[in-house]
Each structure stands twice: as C-alpha cells, then as structure tokens.
Write a protein that binds this ligand. Structure first.
Ligand code: MN
Length: 251
C-alpha cells in the first residue's frame, strides 16, 4: 500500500470510528438508558482509565462548537490528560479504579493526580453534557426543572448566574452546576482542573453540568470572546442527560 492509499484508508477508518458511536447512540432512547453516572468513567481491560467514545462527530456541534476545536480538544487535550492521569497513578503505585473515592481524598495525592485526574473526568462530563440535539430547557414539570426554580427562582435566573460565573472566572477553569449534600443546587466556578467532588473544593457536591472555560475550549473560534462561547453553549446542552444525572443523584 502506498502512502496515499494508506492515508485514504486511514481517513475512511477514522470517519467510521467517529460515525459509529453516534449511530449507536441514536438507536437508544437516552431516557431508557440505565446508569448515566456510570457512563462518565470508562476502564480498559487492564484497569486503566480510557476516554469514553465521543458519541457524535467532531462537526456535530457546529456552529456553536467548531470541528477544529473539538478535534484538538478531544483528540489532543483530553487524550493527554487521560494518558498523564494513568501515568501519575502508575508512578504513585495507586491502582484504585474508584475515581469518586480518589477525588474525595485528592489532597492526599500529588498534583499530577489532582490535575490530570480532574482533566480526565471533567472532560468526560463535558462531552456528555453536549449533544447535537441539545439546547432548550429541562423538561417542564420534571424534578430538575422544579429544583432549578426552587433554588434559583427561574430557569432564566439560573442561566444568567451560570453564564456570568463561567464568563467571569479568572484564568483557566470550569463553571459548575452541582447538587450539594443538603440537596440544594449550587453554581460555582473552580480553577484549573478541580471539580466539586474534590476534598480541596470550597463548594462540594455531585456535578450536574459543567462548562470548560480554558482558552483551548473556545479560542480557535471565539478568540478572546469567552462570553460568546458561554452563550453558544446553551444551544448544545443535553438536558436529558443532566436530568438523568440529577435523578440518580437524588435517590
Ligand atoms: Mn478542556
């Protein structure tokens, strides 16, 4: 096989790998799919953490999140965190696959585990929180919609708070919606790759939604206009998935 033929075949195989998960997921009703929480972490046969399949093509979230950003973000940044997380665990000779327990004691581990473990997990969530069929609001009359009204006043007020918190976060980090131990929804932002499951987080709880506000998440398309990226994010949020997580978190 010459180089050109090889590249052609690789491209076809690559496209197949991208299309396959989206076909698989479109055949399933996400509401009937058990274990939204369980789907947030994937393990290889060797016990190493692996990147869950994206579930849609790189260009599926256009024009809100562009294909070039997705390709570099999923294929390079997230892949890098995954590799470094496994390497950090290996180096520490720490072989637990319970990432929740790991985060709840993350202060006892080195920064390699905190930063790369967060980088691995936070992106797993982020890809799940987005969908080509996303946008809109949580189902009217549903428990999540009711909780948002109870804790923020209205969906519009929640949206404003979440957007402002994410847009104004200083430097690299993430915006978060979480369910705290008292069963109350909270919005916060955290630096770097920290998340609300970590014992070092000033606000703790179960993550229900996040948004990556590292520049690599938006700079190719939005340049310095983080606010525009945050506004666009509302068009791709998969509220069905957020609702599944919420329902699993309140039982
Ligand atoms: Mn990122």
């Amino acid at each position: 096989m010459n180089k050109r033929e090889f590249l052609k075949r690789s491209t076809i195989l690559g496209a197949g790998a991208l299309i396959a998960p989206s076909i698989a997921s479109s055949c399933m009703n996400s509401a009937a799919q058990p274990g939204a929480t369980a789907s947030l972490v994937a393990l290889g046969d060797d016990g190493a953490f692996v990147q869950p399949a994206l579930g849609y093509a790189y260009d599926a979230l256009e024009p809100y999140v562009d294909a070039a950003t997705m390709e570099v973000h999923y294929g390079k940044h997230h892949a890098g965190y995954t590799k470094k997380f496994n390497a950090a665990l290996e180096q520490a000779d720490f072989h637990s696959t319970d990432i929740y327990k790991l985060f709840s004691t993350v202060s006892t581990h080195g920064s390699g585990i905190r930063n790369n473990g967060g980088g691995y997990f936070n992106h797993n969530l982020y890809w799940k929180f987005m969908s080509p069929e996303g946008g809109g609001e949580p189902a009217e009359g549903g428990k999540l919609a009711e909780a948002i009204v109870a804790d923020f006043g209205s969906f519009a007020q929640f949206k404003e708070l979440f957007s402002a918190t994410a847009a104004s976060h200083f430097g690299s980090g993430w915006g978060w919606l979480l369910l705290d131990a008292d069963g109350k929804l909270q919005v916060t932002s955290l630096p770097n790759q920290d998340n609300p499951l970590m014992d070092i987080s000033p606000v703790r709880g179960t993550p229900l939604l996040n948004i990556d506000v590292w520049e690599h998440a938006y700079y190719l398309h939005y340049q310095n206009m983080r606010k525009s990226y945050v506004e666009a994010y509302w068009n791709v949020i998969d509220w069905k998935f957020v609702e599944l997580l919420y329902m699993e978190a309140i039982v």
